[in-house]
Design a protein around this ligand. Structure first.
Ligand code: PHE
Length: 375
């Protein structure tokens, strides 16, 4: 009897040890997510999160069955909130990695904290080159703005036959300031001329001053690399005041909210982007679009697709690292090579991928695919 009791005890201990080392009792691996779920660019955060959730449903576990637990914090599209969120995830929640943020200016504010704490941070969408420059722990899954600006300049010069452009910049966004600069450089190099350079700030509602400047210069095209809200409001007022030029924008245009707010005024608006659901090239991209449509009854935006890719890059890296050690995970993230992601094939060099851009435009109240531009 005594022997039998002891045997049962040993067996029970072995059973629990076995369970603990496999799935159910092993601790979840924590990954922080910082997104603008509210505030002026909330559409980006909402889409990003939807995309991340689809990716998580496809790959819910890492390290042989441990759950990948996402901790989402809202940065409201704000720099200080981003810094606070990144700190909290790193020092309080002790996450193994951070996904985020969206706006380049936000990521630039959170990144130094992750860098200093040696915690890998992967931004789905921040395209400003400074986001990763000189950093070892910050990576991204999107192309960068010197490329994006050049693609836009070539498109307006070659396809829209524009020789003069007015540029409207959101001074409050590092993204907008940087992308405008790269566009101007490329457009001038091709022989184009910038005839009006005027400024707005995130949250502006009245664009009459900027419209007057543009009107006075009669540009062939208006380049406005801002986020969707200001872009939509500007377009409405510009059309009201008789401006007929094509508006060219950047990836900041890429949410349905642009069309909801802009209505007829954004017809013909063209922009550079990361992904078109109708032109998905990889098997994972096609699968993602199918799952996304089934779950949300809409097409995934570029932001949703990039969110999924950020999740996959982090989850795959945790597996390759074989550990929750942040430095090992960072090494594995940075060694990402030939990953056939949702938005394309991702190989990171110093934290940046080299990827194609698509050009889309608004036609009959919808985003339509125009073309793909390879680097
Ligand atoms: N590239 C933008 C930035 O750096 C964010 C963005 C990416 C917006 C993709 C829409 C789609 O701020």
């Amino acid at each position: 009897m005594r022997f039998f009791g002891r045997l049962m005890f040993v067996l029970t201990v072995l059973l629990f040890a076995g369970l603990a080392s496999s799935s159910s009792f092993a601790k979840a691996v924590k990954v922080g997510v910082v997104l603008p779920m509210t505030g002026p660019i909330a559409s980006f955060g909402q889409s990003d999160w939807k995309g991340i959730k689809i990716a998580a449903s496809l790959k819910p576990t890492v390290l042989n069955g441990r759950k990948l637990k996402l901790i989402l914090l809202d940065n409201k599209g704000d720099k200080v909130e981003t810094a606070n969120a990144v700190s909290r995830l790193i020092f309080k929640n002790k996450v193994s990695a951070v996904i985020g943020a969206v706006a380049s200016g936000n990521t630039l504010s959170g990144a130094p904290i992750a860098e200093k704490a040696h915690v890998p941070m992967v931004t789905p969408a921040s395209t400003n080159p400074l986001v990763t420059k000189g950093k070892k722990f910050i990576s991204r899954v999107c192309f960068i703005d010197p490329f994006q600006g050049k693609v836009a300049a070539k498109y307006v010069y070659n396809n829209l036959h524009a020789r003069t452009a007015a540029v409207i910049v959101d001074m409050a966004q590092d993204y907008s300031v940087g992308l405008a600069r790269f566009f101007i450089k490329a457009f001038k190099k091709m022989g184009g001329k910038i005839v009006g350079n005027t400024f707005i700030q995130t949250g502006d509602q009245d664009f009459s001053a900027q419209i007057a400047v543009v009107k006075a210069h009669h540009p062939d095209v208006i380049y406005m690399p801002t986020y969707y809200q200001e872009l939509a409001l500007f377009a409405r007022q510009a059309r009201q005041f008789g401006l007929k030029q094509t508006i060219m924008a950047g990836d900041g245009a890429s949410e349905e909210a642009l069309i909801k707010v802009g209505g007829k005024a954004v017809e013909g608006l063209s922009f550079t982007n990361h992904f078109d659901p109708k032109a998905a090239v990889t098997p994972l991209g096609k699968k993602f679009v199918k799952l996304y449509r089934a779950k949300y009854h809409e097409d995934p935006s570029a932001m949703a697709a990039l969110g999924a890719d950020a999740y996959f890059v982090v989850a795959n890296a945790i597996n390759r690292a074989g550990s929750t050690n942040r430095i090992k995970i960072n090494k594995a993230i940075r060694a990402t090579k030939g990953f056939k992601g949702v938005t394309g094939i991702i190989t990171l060099v110093n934290g940046d991928p080299v990827k194609s851009a698509v050009i889309q435009k608004v036609k009959d109240g919808k985003f339509v695919y125009v073309t793909t531009v390879n680097p």
